[in-house]
Design a protein around this ligand. Structure first.
Ligand code: GLY
Ligand code: MN
Ligand code: MN
Length: 457
């Protein structure tokens, strides 16, 4: 099943070039003073239980600046009086460790294949950094990732030594570099877009495979395994967030991840699952009837959510506020529910964020940035004003309607009991309008009905 599907994927994008990583570093140092130093450290590997670790995933900032993905890495940018120098501390080559744990690039590989001027083994980090810090005046460092590094940076700020006395050096302030990095990461380069598009294509096919595999009695975890199996089969790292596979009333729980119920023939299943490919996330939600045909109430809700999503995608345009898709989606959802008689308010009343009835059935936002993180970095309201969309920004568009009959806080209309519908795509803003990165994933009622169950006949 996977081999055939794989043929529909285009060739994987070229890896991001070393020069691009250098350019990213340059865009950052342009904002620095020559007396600044930047440190970006990988998180520690986390213990799952006893001597087993969770699969390691490095920090997106480190990936963004270097492309380095192995653990125990620290990246440093400093000015040596003539020029900016980049350095990477990495696990050194070590045959015994490599026999057990896997091959390492080591310092040699770091210098040869990555955008760094210098590479050192990790055990030299603290001594070298301590020296470099003593020449700096301001240190860009995000605390609480690596306690030993925090202590080193603090010590460098508190140190009262000859250098500080004679030359006035030694950092006096520490600043979190995350906001600067977030501004860079918010606008995707052409090669980043290629990766986002590929990740989106992988996830689109994975969702389609799950549609094809749907049948009465299939379990949520079985659909999950089809989707996640294809993420890996296609060569990616797996999921970019834990998959949500909810059928029946589980589809009305926004972040349901238990995923182990049997699907009933009359249920809609809602699957929110995205792949990660070379660090880049996709994030797709589709909702379909397990039996392959939407019931009339399911269809009524689906059509409203789809219209809301299309209206929201249409305003993902340069110069629009990032809130425009949310506003567009809410309006269409509210109109739809008024027309169905679910909401007995005027449109403006229904949309009121305090007293409007729409929020009973649609209680989350419509969009978030997406990139190296599924909920990617970037301030939504810089200076309190909604950010205006620019070419290169990527955001999701994910309206939904959730009629949880189990909820004590609402009177769920019987007709729509336990139907949950969300439709989510990833959208790139371009100068010529929105580009849906996940457009290969079946979405119309006709397309879905033609596909569901096809691999189970
Ligand atoms: N899967 C989480 C989200 O769609 O934001
Ligand atoms: Mn999602
Ligand atoms: Mn999302």
């Amino acid at each position: 099943m996977f081999a055939e599907a794989l043929k529909r994927l285009p060739p994987a994008p070229e890896p991001i070039r070393v020069e691009e990583f250098s350019e990213r570093q340059g865009r950052l140092t342009q904002q620095f003073r020559t007396s600044d130093i930047l440190i970006v450290v990988a998180p520690h590997e986390a213990v799952r239980s006893n001597d087993v670790h969770y699969r390691f995933r490095t920090s997106s900032d480190l990936m963004y600046l270097t492309g380095w993905t192995d653990p125990e890495a620290t990246f440093v940018l400093r000015h040596d009086g003539n020029d900016w120098r980049s350095a990477l501390f990495v696990q050194p080559k070590d045959t015994l460790k490599e026999i057990w744990e896997g091959r390492r690039e080591g310092t040699e590989g770091a210098l040869e294949h990555y955008a760094v001027d210098e590479a050192y083994p990790t055990d030299e980090r603290n001594d070298r950094l301590s020296e470099w810090l003593s020449d700096a005046k301001r240190v860009f460092h995000r605390s609480s990732v690596d306690a030993a590094l925090d202590a080193l940076v603090l010590e460098s700020i508190e140190r009262r030594d000859r250098k500080r006395q004679h030359f006035g050096t030694g950092p006096v302030t520490m600043q979190d570099p995350s906001p600067l990095l977030a501004e860079l990461r918010l606008r995707k380069s052409a090669s980043e877009v290629e990766h986002m598009l590929f990740s989106g294509k992988v996830a689109s096919i994975a969702h389609e495979l799950a549609m094809r595999h749907s049948h009465e009695g299939v379990r949520e975890n079985q659909l999950q395994s089809v989707i996640e199996g294809f993420f890996s089969y296609a060569g990616g790292e797996g999921w970019s967030y834990p998959s949500i596979v909810g059928s029946g009333e589980n589809a009305t729980i926004l972040h349901y991840t238990v995923n182990n119920d049997e699907c009933n023939i009359e249920d809609v299943v809602l699957i929110d699952a995205g792949s990660e490919y070379r660090g880049y996330a996709s994030d797709i939600t589709r909702s379909w009837p397990i039996g392959g045909t939407f019931s009339v109430p399911q269809r009524e809700l689906y059509e409203i959510v789809l219209a809301a999503q299309e209206a929201a995608i249409a305003v993902c345009r340069v110069g629009e506020q990032y809130t425009a898709p949310h506003d567009a989606a809410r309006r269409v959802l509210a109109e739809g529910l008024i027309n169905l008689g679910v909401i007995d308010q005027t449109i403006e009343e229904a949309l009121d964020v305090e007293t409007g009835e729409l929020r009973k059935w649609y209680m989350h936002n419509t969009s978030h940035w997406i990139g190296l993180d599924v909920h990617d970095v970037g301030v939504y309201k810089p200076n309190g004003q909604p950010r205006l969309l620019e070419a290169g920004m990527c955001l999701t568009v994910e309206p939904g309607l959730y009629f949880g009959a189990w909820r004590p806080d609402v009177d769920c209309p019987e007709r729509y009991a336990n139907i949950g519908i969300r439709i989510e795509d990833d959208v790139l803003v371009t100068d010529s309008g929105p580009v849906v990165l996940t457009q290969d994933c079946p979405k119309t009622i006709d397309d879905i009905e033609a596909i569901v169950g096809q691999d189970w006949k």
